[in-house]
Design a protein around this ligand. Structure first.
Ligand SMILES: [Cu+2]
Length: 274
C-alpha cells in the first residue's frame, strides 16, 4: 500500500508523535484554561489536555508532510507526470474512514461521559439530565443591562450585587435575565451559562478552597456589555455565614421592594399580566 517514501513519512510521523504527545500533555496540559478553581474547572482542564494530546499527532503529520514535500517532492526536469489518483485506492478509503470514525466516536463517548459524571458548568436548561447527588446551595444569577445581581433563596431571598460562595460546596446556579440575552461566565469556576429572559438555566459548580474569580457577561448585550463584570469570591464556610448576615442587614431597608423569589422575573409587571 505504501511506497518507500510513504513509509518514511509514516515512520517519521510515529516517531515525532511518540515524543511530542506526552511532552505536550505533561507540559502544556496543566496550563490550559480555565484553571483549578472548581471541580468542574479541573475536569475541563483534564478534557482540554486530552483534546490537545489527540490533536498533537495530527499537527505532527502535517509538519512531517510539509518537510517531506519541501525537501523531497520536487520536479527535477523532464515531463511533469501526475501520480495515480488516490480516490480509487480502497485501502486509503478504509484507512481514512476508520481513523476519522474512531476519532469522532471516541470524542462523542468521552464528552458524554464527562458531561454526565458530575454535572457540568454549561447550563443545560431548566431540567438538566446530569444532576449531581447530594445537597446543593441554590444561588440565582440575574442578568440585566448592564450588571449581574445574585439571589440566595435559602437566605430569605437576599439579593446583592456581589457573588460570594462558600468553599467546598456544591452550588446550583439558576441563571436568568430581566431583559436582553446575556451569558454568565465565571471563568475560573468553569461556568458559562446563557442568561435568557423567561428561562431558568441551571448550572452546577463544586467550589474548592477560598479564592477570587472573574465574572463577565459573555454575550453581546448592548452598549455597556464590555463593562458587565464582577469579581466573585469563594470564602470559608464560617465567613460565608457572616457575609450573608452583613448583606441581609445592609439591604434590609430595600429588601421589601424586591419581588418574591421566583425562577424568572419580568421587568414590567404589565407584561407578565398580558
Ligand atoms: Cu450582558
Amino acid at each position: 500500500m505504501w511506497s518507500s517514501s510513504g513509509r518514511k513519512v509514516i515512520v517519521a510521523w510515529i516517531a515525532l508523535s511518540a515524543v511530542t504527545t506526552p511532552i505536550v500533555a505533561a507540559v502544556v496540559g496543566p496550563h490550559l484554561p480555565p484553571g483549578n478553581g472548581s471541580a468542574q474547572a479541573t475536569e475541563q482542564v483534564f478534557d482540554n489536555t486530552w483534546m490537545t494530546a489527540i490533536v498533537t499527532p495530527i499537527v505532527c503529520l502535517l509538519l512531517v508532510f510539509f518537510v517531506y514535500v519541501l525537501t523531497q517532492f520536487r520536479h527535477t526536469g523532464g515531463e511533469l507526470v501526475d501520480g495515480p489518483p488516490l480516490r480509487d485506492d480502497p485501502s486509503v478509503r478504509v484507512f481514512w474512514l476508520v481513523v476519522t470514525s474512531v476519532t469522532v466516536l471516541f470524542l462523542a463517548g468521552f464528552g458524554t461521559y464527562e458531561l454526565l459524571q458530575n454535572g457540568s458548568g454549561g447550563g443545560q436548561g431548566p431540567s438538566p439530565i446530569a444532576i449531581p447527588i447530594g445537597k446543593k446551595l441554590p444561588v440565582q444569577v440575574i442578568a440585566q443591562q448592564w450588571q449581574f445581581t445574585y439571589r440566595y433563596p435559602t437566605y430569605g431571598g437576599l439579593e446583592t450585587p456581589q457573588l460570594v460562595l462558600p468553599a467546598d460546596t456544591y452550588v446550583e446556579l439558576h441563571v436568568t435575565s430581566l431583559d436582553a440575552i446575556h451569558s454568565f461566565w465565571a471563568y475560573e469556576l468553569g461556568v458559562k451559562a446563557d442568561a435568557n429572559p423567561g428561562v431558568d438555566n441551571i448550572a452546577y459548580v463544586k467550589t474548592k478552597g477560598p479564592r477570587t474569580f472573574h465574572v463577565r457577561c459573555a454575550e453581546l448585550c448592548g452598549l455597556w456589555h464590555g463593562y458587565m463584570f464582577n469579581n466573585g469570591r469563594v470564602v470559608p464556610q464560617s465567613q460565608f455565614a457572616a457575609w450573608i448576615k452583613s448583606q441581609t442587614r445592609d439591604f434590609s431597608a430595600v429588601a421589601k421592594y424586591l419581588p418574591k423569589y421566583s425562577k424568572t422575573y419580568y421587568p414590567d409587571p404589565q407584561r407578565r399580566a398580558g
